[in-house]
Design a protein around this ligand. Structure first.
Ligand code: LRH
Length: 492
């Protein structure tokens, strides 16, 4: 039976998912799962890109050992990060992690040369200190030898695809997250590149999701003893793939892609590049098939993962389900944080930072893992309400519920509290959103599915979607008012 393969790389783990489509039903099988452990060297935080490539090969070997013949494969990953190729086509250095501190304070420096208004009006992309534009500017400021030697800029999936195929392409959805791509021009923005002193030749032709971008290179086929496999570009930004997989029946829908990050917004046909969108720091990331994602980043389960890591470092180790159970026993709606405060961006002692945030805002700090986790999850749910209201305002729509996709939906408490906070139903599923969206674009490219809307219908029919009805809404309304006061967020 024909199978296709989706590699989906997240900030803490990656997976290779096999997909089969029979009578408009999708079946998936996890072939390979692996950790993605960033590596700190001195003051720098890097991705272990060669280890990731090694894991992609393990996926191919597992397919071979199971006798699976692959009709195609594609890769998606987190956005914004990149590597450079030198004049001999080899990788220069190890890509930096977007949570590396080399971009601290860099936004303000860039704005002194190039006003934020101009960058936004050219790109429609939200300002996050780790966007590729700021990473590149930081390298430029530091007179980095990498940048001096670089001949080609490739983002993480572009780079891994290049290792696999030997071909160099910059995929569209990821390219938009650099904040150097101009959707009105449909290309890299030459003026922005010029003003930043970046050579245009670093940035190659942009490949669209669904485009065939090569096949496995001979050396790889020989090394693994496998046959040729066609390689497609998909929505290689994982959030782009996750939104392809939202099983919406209505064309007007709101989504939350829930994982390390929480990405909330709606799908639009045209980017919303307005003064208000810039003020609210909304983004217009490129999607598959001419769509854009009008959305906002919310810090997400990263804060909780970092707490877990910190407790483990201190010799107390709790599983994720254990932490969620403990949080359910803690006092409800007692203290709140603004998840997107800069305090929480970098790795470190999150329980200590939460304490600091609460003290700074005159709240009694949560004590112990249960109360801390409850504070994080409830604050996330309340931030979702805030961003959902802004999404409705900006897009001129009113949503009758929220689709949640991604691994974070396994946390049922978060799904329920999200429904309570927004006062509308939450529909949760599928959990493997990005990998399934990756498969869907490959099927559309191969002619097995007609378009994104047929794909969404097939996804809806193939995977369970759990509905959570809002409860306790008065209490959550009162909590929302307190949350806005504590966080100094302006009521939408
Ligand atoms: C989620 C994600 C998000 C980006 C961030 C860097 O994995 O791709 O959309 O903002 O990582």
């Amino acid at each position: 039976m024909a199978s296709i393969l989706a590699y989906d790389l997240g900030a803490s783990s990656g997976r290779a998912l096999l997909g089969r489509l029979t009578d408009n039903r999708i079946e998936t099988e996890e072939l390979h799962r692996f950790g993605n452990d960033p590596v700190q060297v001195g003051d720098r935080l890097h991705w272990d890109i060669l280890r990731l490539y090694h894991e992609l090969k393990q996926g191919l070997l597992k397919a071979k050992h199971q006798g699976v013949e692959l009709s195609s494969l594609a890769i998606d990953s987190w956005a914004v990060d990149f590597g450079f190729l030198g004049s001999n086509g080899e990788l220069l250095g190890n890509p930096y992690h977007y949570r590396d501190r080399h971009t601290d304070g860099i936004m303000e420096k860039l704005f002194a040369e190039l006003p934020a208004e101009e960058v936004f009006s050219r790109t429609g992309i939200q300002f996050l200190s780790f966007n590729s534009i700021f990473q590149l500017y930081a390298l430029k400021q530091a007179n980095s030898p990498l940048l001096r030697e670089a001949k080609r800029f490739l983002m993480i999936p572009d780079l891994l695809r290049y290792f696999m195929t030997g071909e160099q392409h910059n995929e569209f959805t990821n390219a938009t997250t650099t904040q150097l791509y101009n959707p009105k021009l449909g290309n890299w923005d030459p003026d922005l590149l010029g003003k930043l002193g970046l050579s245009e030749s670093l940035f190659g032709p942009v490949a669209q999701p669904g485009q065939r971008v090569g096949s496995l290179r001979t050396s790889l086929k020989e090394e693994l003893g496998i046959a040729s496999v066609p390689v497609y570009a998909v929505a290689e930004h994982d959030t782009g793939s996750a939104v392809v997989a939202v099983p919406a029946l209505d064309r007007s829908f709101a989504y939350l892609s829930c994982g390390t990050w929480s990405l909330m917004g709606t799908e639009v046909e045209q980017p919303v590049i307005s003064e208000r969108a810039r003020e609210l720091n909304f983004t217009n990331e490129g999607g598959a098939y001419g769509t854009f994602r009008l959305l906002k980043n919310i810090m997400g389960l990263w804060i909780l993962n970092e707490c877990q890591r910190e407790w483990e470092r201190a010799g107390e180790s709790y599983s994720f389900p254990e932490l969620v159970r403990m949080s359910n026993l803690a006092e409800p709606l007692a203290a709140f944080i603004e998840p997107d405060d800069d305090l929480f961006l970098h790795p470190g002692d999150m329980p200590g930072r939460i304490r600091k945030y609460c003290e700074r805002t005159g709240q009694k700090a949560p004590e112990g893992p249960g109360a801390i986790v409850r504070c994080i999850l409830e604050s996330l749910a309340l931030k979702y309400r805030y961003v959902l209201e802004l999404t409705e305002q900006l897009s001129g729509q009113s949503f009758n519920g929220l689709h949640m996709v991604g691994g974070g939906i396994k946390n049922k408490l978060l799904c329920q509290w999200s429904a309570n906070a927004i006062g509308k139903p939450v529909w949760a599923g599928p959990a493997e959103g990005s990998a399934i969206g990756n498969l869907a674009v490959q099927w559309i490219a191969g002619g097995e599915l007609s378009d994104i809307w047929e794909a969404r219908k097939v996804i809806r029919d193939s995977f369970p979607v759990d509905a959570y009805e809002p409860a306790d809404t008065e209490r959550w309304q009162d909590a929302y008012d307190r949350f806005l006061t504590v966080t100094s967020l302006k009521r939408p």
